[in-house]
Every structure is written in C-alpha cells, then in structure tokens.
Design a protein around this ligand. Structure first.
Ligand SMILES: NC(=O)c1ccc[n+]([C@@H]2O[C@H](COP(=O)([O-])OP(=O)(O)OC[C@H]3O[C@@H](n4cnc5c(N)ncnc54)[C@H](O)[C@@H]3O)[C@@H](O)[C@H]2O)c1
Ligand SMILES: O=C(O)C(=O)C[C@@H](O)[C@H](O)[C@H](O)COP(=O)(O)O
Ligand SMILES: [Zn+2]
Length: 373
C-alpha cells in the first residue's frame, strides 16, 4: 500500500480493463484519461457540488464541447425521471458513441450517471470522479449502475464498467463527517468479507486518524477496500454468484453483505437513511442470523457491532416493523423465487450464501437489532 504522495493505480482486468487512481489532486488527470476521441462530454454533477466541480468543468470545457447536467443531490437523483432528463440533454447535444459521460458526485450521482451512459445508444464511455468516501471505495468501481423505482432500491439498472475512476482524496476535505462515517460502512464490510487488516486498522488506530482525509490510515483503508472490490468483480462481473449447496465463495454477491436488510431499511425510511448506515446495521443483523443458524461464532458477531460502532456507525434499528422489513428483504436481487438468500460469514474473510434462512432466526435477529437501536 502507498506511503507516499504519489497516486496509487489499481488496475481492473477483464474484457474492458481500466484503472482506479487514488491520490490527492488526481482529478486533474481527467482530460488525459479521456483523450482525444470524444468530441462531446456530458458532465453529470450533483446540485450541491456545482462549485466544487469548477476546476473539472473548466478543464473539460477547454478540451471538448461540454454539456453540463445538474442533477438533484443524493438519492433524489436516482429516479427514472432524472435519467430521462439526462437522456434529453444527450439527445440535444447530439451525443454519439465516441463521446463520453463524466460523473462528479457521490454514489447516487455515479449510479445515475453510470446508468445514463449504459443506456444511451446502448452504451457510451463513462469516467467517474467520485466525491464521497463511499463512492470512491465502492459505487464508482465495478460497473453496477442503476436507479430506484417506487417498488424498491436499485431495481432498474445495468452492468457498465467505467473507462476509468479518479479517486481524488482532496475532494473529501469538505465532506460532512456523517457522510464520511457512512462511507466507512462499506470499508468495514470489506474488512469482514475479505481483508481482516481493514478491521485491525479500524479497531486499533485512533478514530480521528481513521477519518482524517489527509492522513495515511484513511488512504490505506481506501486502497484496501478498492482492492477487495476489484478482486471480487474481476472474478464475477455480472454477479453469477455462488452455489449455496457447495458453500463456495459467492462471487460478487459477497459485496452485497449486509445489503438485504440494509436496503430494506433504506426503503422503509424512504431513502432518508444514508446507504452506509443501512449497510452497517444490515451487516450486524445478518451476523446475528448467521450466529443463530450456527454458522458464525458469537465473538465474530459481537465484533461486527464493535467495529462499526467504533467509527460512529449505527448497529441497530427500531423503525419499521418486521413484516415491512421482510417484504423489503424479498426484493433483494439475490432472492430466487420465494427464497431469501443471505450472504453470511463462516468466519472473517469466508463469505457464503445461506439460502432459505429460518423465519425464527430472522425474527430473533430483528429483536436484537431493535435492542441495539
Ligand atoms: N454501484 C455500486 O456498486 C454502489 C455501491 C455502493 C453504493 N452505491 C449507491 O451509492 C449511493 C450512496 O452514495 P453516497 O454515500 O456517496 O451518497 P450520496 O451520493 O447521496 O452523497 C451523500 C451526500 O454527500 C454530499 N457530497 C458528496 N460529495 C461531497 C463533497 N466532496 N463535499 C461535500 N459534500 C459532498 C452529497 O451532496 C450528498 O448530500 C446509494 O444510492 C447506493 O445505493 C452504489
Ligand atoms: O458491487 C456490488 O456488487 C455490490 O453489491 C456493492 C454494494 O455495496 C452496492 O450497494 C450495490 O449497489 C448494491 O447492489 P444491488 O445489486 O443490491 O442493488
Ligand atoms: Zn452498498
């Protein structure tokens, strides 16, 4: 892992290879990365970040015919209606397959802009400039894109890998602490599913060092989490998943650890809860389901609550009732027919699928989740 000011380049292999560049000031590489092929570039930027996007806008305007599409802040951007507005803007600009979309914002913006790029002309290049910790370590990498519908979270989307991702740590300077902490939800998740060193850093380093966007600890955490994500998606880009019968590694489904309950809570809260918060609660919940099912030991289940809480994340929830959460969990993309399929751990770094969990275990873990709210 990098200990210098030099950017770190993490390569994503596969049929459409690209790099994830991590470091301070790396957004300045955008025009070099896009190259001379595009004539037009569409900058999809979250409303609250128009000012922060100034240098990126200037660089793009100097090199290409620029269309700027300002989209609502946060989750409100992830709707079919906002996607349709973006398509209209691309149509007006005469956007072709050699042109490119650039997203600038958190995971909501990269998911929306990625989906617009995936669907316009059945796919045009997209480069992500994520501006939250969560988007740097997760949303901008790996090609999952999409929007929500009235029925649930991320129900419409496509796999569309970016041409590059620029994780400019300097952009995190003004990110509210609550959003920085929420990003740690996905970082700690990566620690549990694949890289115990992440947990050790979170558990032993001073919390202020962990959350210092200029410091070496946060940078190491970003690089490690991105490396976990790359490793998983390269092996299973389209989430073919693993067989619950063999107990094999679940492939890309492992990255969905904690998301079955997390997404159900986000939906019940009408997306008023941060995604990373939902993931933290969802990981603690599913660790208890795994313990009750006899696959995970008690100490590791308790370690979940301690690790997430250490960085300021919630570990419990007592809002919507169990029936509503169960209905939300059934919308999960890992469900097959009427059968829920949860990602659980046998141990740290050993994810697998638990298919058809017992309802008594789901209810008992729900009661514990409420007790920790
Ligand atoms: N595609 C994937 O693989 C993937 C992975 C994880 C999460 N996601 C999605 O990502 C979304 C969550 O992303 P998020 O946590 O980044 O939330 P977000 O995009 O809603 O951004 C959170 C808030 O931070 C503000 N913000 C962003 N950058 C800032 C900056 N540099 N300075 C100041 N304020 C800034 C935004 O304006 C917003 O209010 C969810 O929709 C989730 O489903 C997708
Ligand atoms: O990249 C993946 O695969 C993930 O599951 C990463 C998740 O952190 C992310 O929230 C993703 O958007 C969830 O996808 P979904 O398929 O459950 O909608
Ligand atoms: Zn997530």
């Amino acid at each position: 892992m990098s200990t210098t000011d030099q950017p770190t380049v993490l390569h994503v292999g596969g049929s459409a290879p690209y790099d994830v560049v991590v470091g301070h000031g790396v957004a300045q590489r955008l025009v070099d990365l896009l190259g001379t092929r595009p004539t037009r570039v569409a900058l999809v930027v979250a409303e609250a970040l128009v000012e922060l996007a100034g240098p990126v806008r200037e660089a793009l305007a100097g090199a290409y015919r620029l269309t700027e599409v300002v989209v609502p802040d946060g989750e409100a951007a992830k709707t079919p209606a906002v996607a349709a507005r973006c398509w209209d803007a691309l149509g007006e600009a005469g956007f072709t397959r050699s042109d490119a979309v650039v997203t600038f914002g958190g995971g909501a913006t990269t998911d929306l802009g990625g989906f617009v790029a995936a669907s316009w002309l059945r796919g045009v290049p997209v480069v992500h400039v994520p501006t939250t910790l969560l988007a740097m370590v997760d949303a901008a990498v790996g090609g999952k894109t999409g929007v929500n519908t009235d029925a649930g979270k991320n129900l419409v989307g496509a796999f569309h890998e970016p041409a590059g991702v620029l994780c400019d740590l300097s952009l995190l300077a003004g990110l509210p602490r609550r959003d920085l902490v929420a990003g740690m939800g996905e970082v700690v998740k990566c620690g549990f599913i694949a890289d115990e060193r992440i947990l050790e850093l979170v558990e032993t380093q001073d919390v202020e060092a962990v959350l210092d966007t200029d410091g070496p600890v946060l940078r190491e955490l970003v690089e490690r989490a991105v490396a976990v994500k790359i490793d998983v998606v390269v092996g299973d880009l389209k989430e073919a998943g693993g067989s619950e019968l063999t107990g094999a590694h679940p492939g890309r489904e492992a990255l969905n650890y904690g998301h079955t309950m997390g997404h159900a809570i986000e939906r019940a809260e009408h997306y008023g809860m941060r995604h990373g918060d939902g993931v933290a609660i969802g990981c603690c919940y599913v660790a208890e389901v795994a313990r009750l099912a006899g696959v995970l030991d008690e100490a590791t289940a308790a370690r979940h609550r301690a690790a997430f809480a250490r960085v300021g994340l919630p570990t419990g929830y007592d809002g919507a009732d169990f029936e509503e959460l169960l209905a939300g969990m059934k919308l999960d993309k890992k469900t097959r027919g009427d059968q829920l399929r949860l990602v659980v751990l046998d141990a740290v770094g050993r994810p697998r699928i638990l298919a058809g969990p017992a309802e008594e275990h789901l209810r008992a873990a729900d009661a514990l989740m409420r007790a920790h709210a």
